[in-house]
Ligand binder design. Structure first.
Ligand SMILES: NC(=O)C1=CN([C@@H]2O[C@H](COP(=O)(O)OP(=O)(O)OC[C@H]3O[C@@H](n4cnc5c(N)ncnc54)[C@H](O)[C@@H]3O)[C@@H](O)[C@H]2O)C=CC1
Ligand SMILES: O=P(O)(O)OC[C@H]1O[C@](O)(CO)[C@@H](O)[C@@H]1O
Length: 402
């Protein structure tokens, strides 16, 4: 068998790795080496060297085979050696924001090996749902590099931030032939900061990737629309006892809250800040809400609502648009409702939900809201969140059933 010309390493053979980044890289002519801590997935990838992606749109179902893939266990020395292969010119990740710190050690060792092997430049793109995720990864990698490696990395390695958008929920095993198969929505958008990329080989062309010099606008549009609307749907849906996002978005009250939060509040701030065309943005919101309503994705509220403290971080999907709306003197009533619902998200298996509930119980809601949101007690934003919290506590279906 002839050696493929171009290889990419992708950390995280999970939903987004197998269902989004992996297939696009294979389509662009890469052999993808998945690196994961899950030994079973790696073993299966090496046995099969391929899997199927099912595109689950409301109207149709298509299947695509993803071949030319293999795997290495990310905690073994093998992965360091793959970095030294000159055929590798791209490293991507989709492991979860909290894992970037862990894989940074391995990436630093890999880059050292690459420098020693004189294997040339490469680009690194972290595909996590967070602003400037690759810069965060880069900072962690630098903590583990010796000074002379740092100099080489500075010159040869591109760390490019990006925005990634495709809904890939865990796949129901009943619908798949093997545990590697994955179900995805048809829509996707992967936008990468062109300025940060290092030249590897002249003709690299990533299919399905949009290169831009104004990434911030794309990142904020995605995080403050798709992720914001998703989070509000999840937290309000949870309070009303729904299990999936499509069930929740079909609830008229929830749908209207989400639509107003996106169009009149955070979204209005977005189009003012980035000079988006208002009609185009409105269409983007409607398309996003259609995506939420896709019943075939069976996207569970626990997945979309996971780690509420991360979702309540400043600059993230809930407070980011609220602060931006405030900056443009726009209302935040519906965003405040979504934020308040996050404070009521009780999920015993979710550590951050447990921590948040403990905080509310110990400090009281007024204090917890002030500390987490940064809205001063006495400010109108603080009042709106606290009032919404009390109003939502009354309609909490789960509580009334207890
Ligand atoms: N699922 C989705 O629809 C989307 C997810 N994302 C982002 O992609 C990232 C991954 O999300 P999912 O694929 O849904 O999660 P997932 O849980 O399905 O996949 C994560 C994978 O990372 C692996 N992993 C954990 N620790 C590791 C380590 N130290 N080294 C190597 N691999 C490790 C896990 O074993 C798992 O296979 C997250 O940051 C998420 O926000 C972004 C866009 C869409
Ligand atoms: O992956 P996170 O950041 O926990 O949040 C879930 C979000 O990620 C996505 O899976 C992909 O953007 C969205 O569907 C959802 O809003």
């Amino acid at each position: 068998m002839s050696q493929p010309e171009r290889k990419a390493i992708h950390f995280g053979a999970g939903n987004i790795g197998r269902g989004f980044i992996g297939p696009l890289l294979v389509d662009s002519g890469y052999h993808v080496v998945f690196a994961d801590v899950n030994k079973d997935i790696i073993q299966k990838l090496n046995e099969q060297n391929s899997y199927e992606v099912l595109i689950l749109d409301e109207e149709s179902e298509q299947r695509a085979s993803v071949s030319d893939v293999s795997g290495v266990v990310s905690t073994s020395d093998d992965i360091v050696q793959v970095f030294a292969d000159p055929a590798v010119d791209l490293v991507t990740t989709a492991v979860g924001p909290q894992i970037l710190e862990k894989i940074a050690v391995t990436i630093a060792q890999g880059l050292h090996a690459r420098r020693e092997a004189d294997a040339g430049p490469l680009n690194i793109i972290a595909c996590e749902n967070m602003i400037n995720q690759t810069t965060t990864l880069r900072n962690h990698v630098y903590e583990h590099l010796a000074d002379d490696d740092k100099e080489w990395v500075e010159e040869n390695i591109g760390f490019a931030n990006c925005s990634v958008d495709r809904i890939v929920p865990p796949f129901d095993p009943k619908d798949s032939a093997t545990p590697l198969d994955v179900g995805v929505e048809g829509f996707y958008e992967w936008v990468v900061d062109e300025k940060a990329l290092r030249r590897t080989r002249p003709d690299v062309k990533l299919k399905g990737v949009k290169l831009t010099t104004s990434l911030d606008a794309y990142i904020e549009r995605k995080l403050f629309t798709l992720n914001c609307g998703h989070a509000i749907t999840a937290y309000l849906g949870f309070l009303k006892g729904y299990n999936t996002i499509d069930e929740a978005i079909r609830d008229e009250d929830i749908r209207e809250t989400v639509r107003k939060a996106l169009l009149n509040e955070g979204g209005a701030a977005l189009w003012k800040k980035h000079n988006f065309d208002e009609d185009e943005y409105r269409q983007y919101v409607e398309k996003t809400m259609e995506r939420f309503a896709n019943p075939r994705l069976k996207d569970e509220i626990v997945r979309v609502g996971r780690q509420p403290l991360r979702k309540l971080a400043k600059g993230d999907r809930l407070l980011g648009p609220a602060y931006m709306a405030r900056e443009y003197s726009l209302p935040i009533d519906n965003l405040a409702k979504g934020i308040a619902a996050a404070f009521l998200y009780e999920m015993p298996d979710d550590k951050q939900s447990v921590e948040l509930q403990k905080k509310v119980e110990k400090d009281g809601i007024e204090h917890a809201v002030a500390e987490i949101t940064g809205f001063d007690k006495g400010s109108k934003e603080h009042r709106k969140v606290v009032d919404a919290y009390h109003a939502l506590s009354k309609i909490d279906v789960r509580r009334s059933q207890c």
